[in-house]
Design a protein around this ligand. Structure first.
Ligand code: MRU
Length: 343
């Protein structure tokens, strides 16, 4: 399995996703500040992977403390450092909350015990994420018929999680069960997660994959070559509105027009019951250079005004089903999402 992130005695090891597919470089991060920078600069990305990195960053920060002096202030600072990285993925905040719960239970204990408890929790977040993805895969694979061409956008694979993937996990599970699955991977401008990461993952596992530019999706749907769409999510509101990589909304509209099911695969840690609708989901605005340049190659006049929202929101009416580790939710989502949390 592709190793995205790991806790080791030397520090948190991550594959540098900015360098893929041409270089496979693993970096070791030894401080919470370094982990936060890795999240901000997209060394690690994808909502569940960001959640794992957040948990490990908090554990690392506390692990580096040498005394209980100003412990509460130090813990708050560590959590804030991780918090102030990227605003959209729900998993980041979910992971910090989970680490805070452990902290509350152990904060009166000797420092070494607090450190051990937080490290154990971070490793559990990592382990559970892979188990969750496998369950999502088991539920999701049933939605594909024996021979299906599936279009996906961005990268919701092993690289976006602790391993296996959400949307690509469903594709992996379907392939493992013997189904004939052909993947269409949108390249996903501007950061190219589709061409650099999804195509790389599919090639590594010999899953048939055709790379297309984002503006080709409609053509392939219209000509009957796509039978399903599956994507991941960064945050899903209580009513089933889905924030995911910019361009997802356009794909969902196209799928509706062509009568193609549009599936979203995500763990419960991506669902945000405190956010009523997609309108309240904060959308990250990223550096304009991601649009005007590729690897330092200038593509646009330097004075042009640029917009670079990293995510968009797909309204629930365009979502055929949300696949989670607790089962599949369908409209009306306010009821079906709530029911998943009661299982
Ligand atoms: O900006 P990114 O690369 O972090 O965005 C990632 C996505 O939008 C993914 O589709 C989403 O996080 C789901 S990953 C299982």
């Amino acid at each position: 399995m592709i190793r995205t992130i790991e806790w080791t005695d030397q520090g948190v090891v991550m594959i540098d996703q900015r360098l893929l597919p041409t270089e496979e470089v693993y970096n070791t991060y030894q401080t919470v500040e370094e982990v936060a920078e890795a999240i901000k600069t997209m060394v690690i990305r994808g909502a569940p992977a960001i959640g794992v990195a957040a948990a490990m960053g908090v554990a690392l920060g506390v692990n580096n403390l040498t005394s209980k002096e100003n412990l509460q202030e130090n813990f708050a600072r560590i959590c804030q450092t991780v918090h102030d990285t990227r605003p959209t993925a729900r998993n980041l905040f979910w992971a910090i909350e989970r680490m805070k719960d452990v902290w509350e239970r152990h904060k009166e204990s000797p420092l070494q015990e607090i450190q051990a408890a937080l490290k154990e929790e971070a490793i559990a977040v990592h382990r559970e994420d892979i188990e969750i993805n496998r369950k999502i895969g088991e539920y999701g694979k049933q939605l594909f018929s024996e021979k299906t061409n599936v279009l996906t956008h961005c990268n919701a694979g092993a690289l976006a999680t602790a391993g296996y993937g959400t949307a690509l996990g469903v594709i992996r599970a379907a392939v493992e069960s013997g189904k004939d699955i052909q993947v269409f991977a949108d390249e996903t401008r501007p950061f190219l997660q589709g061409s650099r990461l999804t195509a790389w993952e599919m090639m590594k596992e010999n899953i048939p994959c055709t790379l297309i530019t984002d503006n080709m999706a409609g053509h392939f749907m219209k000509s009957g070559q796509v039978q399903a769409v599956i994507v991941g999510a960064d945050r899903i509101a209580r009513n089933g509105d889905v924030a995911n990589k910019i361009g997802t909304y356009s794909v969902a509209v196209l799928a509706k027009e062509h009568g193609i099911p549009f599936y979203v695969a995500a763990p419960l840690s991506t669902l945000d019951l405190d956010t009523p609708t997609g309108e309240q989901i904060p959308i990250e605005q990223r550096n304009s250079k991601e649009v005007t340049e590729i690897k330092g190659q200038v593509l646009a006049p330097s004075s042009v005004t640029v917009a670079n929202p990293a995510f968009d929101v797909t309204p629930n009416r365009l979502v055929s089903a949300i696949i989670t580790e607790k089962g599949i939710a369908r409209a009306p989502y306010d009821k079906s999402i709530q029911a998943l949390f009661e299982k």
